[in-house]
Every structure is written in structure tokens, then in C-alpha cells.
Write a protein that binds this ligand. Sequence first.
Ligand SMILES: Nc1nc2c(ncn2[C@@H]2O[C@H](COP(=O)(O)OP(=O)(O)OP(=O)(O)O)[C@@H](O)[C@H]2O)c(=O)[nH]1
Length: 307
Amino acid sequence: MIGNYYQQKSSLSESLILIVEDEPISAMVIADLLSDLYQTKIVHSGEEALEFCKNNTPDMILLDMLMTGMSGLQTCQTIKTDPNLQHIPIIFITSVKNQDDQNKCWEAGAVDFVNKPVNGITLQNRVKAHLTLKLQSDLLRRMSFVDGLTGLYNRHLLDEILEKTILQSIRSKTPLSLLMIDIDWFKLYNDTYGHLKGDECLKEVGEAIRDVLLRPTDLAFRYGGEEFLCLLPDTEQIGAEHVSQQILEKIAALKIPNEPSSNGLVNVSIGIHSSLITTLIQANEIIQKADSALYAAKQKGRNQYAS
Ligand SMILES: Nc1nc2c(ncn2[C@@H]2O[C@H](COP(=O)(O)OP(=O)(O)OP(=O)(O)O)[C@@H](O)[C@H]2O)c(=O)[nH]1
């Protein structure tokens, strides 16, 4: 679900619209109006909608207000309190004219209403307007999470997701690993080759780190100046060591000269922290542990990993 923060649809037609409507004929009428323009999916209850959203992230939800079981209002309230889903625009499809009921939907986070019986042109235009805004705001969000120099994710995204990742690890009882990676003798690299070359080196190292991470849940961040951080959910110590070894090898294979370093090349040191987290801990506690391990790797002679 972390992926939702930075997935970017390049066109409106790639957008997925979830239609939540308990009357099958109404659902089909709505889907027919939209399915030539967008991807659509029909579910018939609020409960089904929440289930669908566990593994999929629609770009918009069209929500019937009156449904048996979970009401449209309750469904909307639940979606809007889930940090992974709250950015999805919700349009209510309703025959309810009662202003108080409509007000509750606005308060719950609805972006618009379409009255039943549905006017096709109105529905298509409202959907298009809100999807366009969604695409633009997704793009801005994505830009705010990406480091301009390396193209890796930035500290801002790490701050947003680390706590959630910790909670997810506790819930799934799976180990979480963090790698703190620092380029060795980088001050001397800049002094020797200049800052522009230094920037190029950061880009290449960042790319090499990203290339090593194969699982979709693994994420690489530029943590600070010449420091990178990898977040490896569901990964134990041995897996973290394997990834670290590959990062060391991939960076050595770049063969970027760095005279001051012992082998004459740009290398990195890596601090590993792996744990099975059982009780809630602060995000910065595990970062500090990875940082201490990085310090140990530097002390042991650099160009290696330590735990
Ligand atoms: N070119 C460039 N340099 C940067 C950037 N951000 C940080 N730096 C440089 O990275 C260097 C980091 O130096 P130090 O923290 O002293 O560490 P080091 O020289 O790598 O030494 P060790 O970590 O002990 O191996 C500093 O000279 C920073 O100016 C950047 O965006 N571009």
C-alpha cells in the first residue's frame, strides 16, 4: 500500500473508478456511461468496497448513499480515516434530497454529488473534472516525495511512511530491516574532483542502490547529503546482509575513481538494523540503530557492512 504514495497515472483513461451501488441495474447504467473512458469496477456494498480497496487503489469512488448493510456515509467515513485511501475522491450518487443527510456526506469528505436518476453528461463531466484534479494532485504529491538530484524518494516520504511500516511489521509479525548507507571519503571526493562530479557520483550511487532492490515493497531514499537509506519490509538479517553485499558489489562495479580511498574507487559503508518488532517503537529509534551500525562499519575500515 505504500506504493500508493508515488504511483502516477499518465492519462485519465488509466484511471480506475470503483462503483459502489447495491442495485445491479443502476450500477450497470453508471458503468456503461464510464467504461469507454476509464477502467471501472462494480461492487454491491460498502463492505465489498472496503475489501476491494485492501488490494487495489481506485482513483475515484462513486458511492451510492442508501445501501443495505453499511451505508454510503459509513463507507465514506471509513475510507476517509484510512491514510492509504483518504486521498481518493468520493462522489455520492443519490436520490436523497434531504439537506441534513447531504451535509453529513460533505462533512465525511465527499467531493461532489450526482443525483439519481443519473444524467449521463453531468456524471461524465463531474467525473472528468475530479479525476483531472486528482491526477494533478497525485503528480504534486509525487514530486514532493522525490529527491531532485538522485530521483530516489526523499526524507519527507520516509517520515510519512516509516511509522506505518513499523505498525505493518508488528501486525504481520514479520522482520523489518533498515540499511543506512554512506559514501566513504566523500568530502575528499568533492575536494578532489569538484562538486559537480560529486553530484554525478551521488546520482550513480543512488541508481546502483535502487537497481539492487528488486521487491516492490523495498524502498530507497536519499536520507541526507551523501547518505542513503533502504527500507526492507519482511526482510530478516540474512536477507539484509545479502542486499548489502550486492550494493557493495554494484557500487564497486561502477569503478568511479576516488583517489583518497584505499582501493582508489568510490565505496560505501552500510549499517544494518534488522528486527522483529513486537511493541510500538519510535521511528527514529530504529534509524539511530542503523546509524550506530554504520558508524561501526566506518570504524572497521569502510567499504563493508556491519550490524
Ligand atoms: N557534491 C555534493 N556533495 C554533497 C552533497 N551533500 C553533501 N555533500 C558532501 O558530502 C560530504 C560528506 O562528508 P563527511 O560527512 O565529512 O564524510 P566523508 O568525507 O564521506 O567521510 P566518511 O563518511 O567518514 O567516510 C561533505 O563534503 C558534503 O559537502 C551534494 O548534494 N552534492
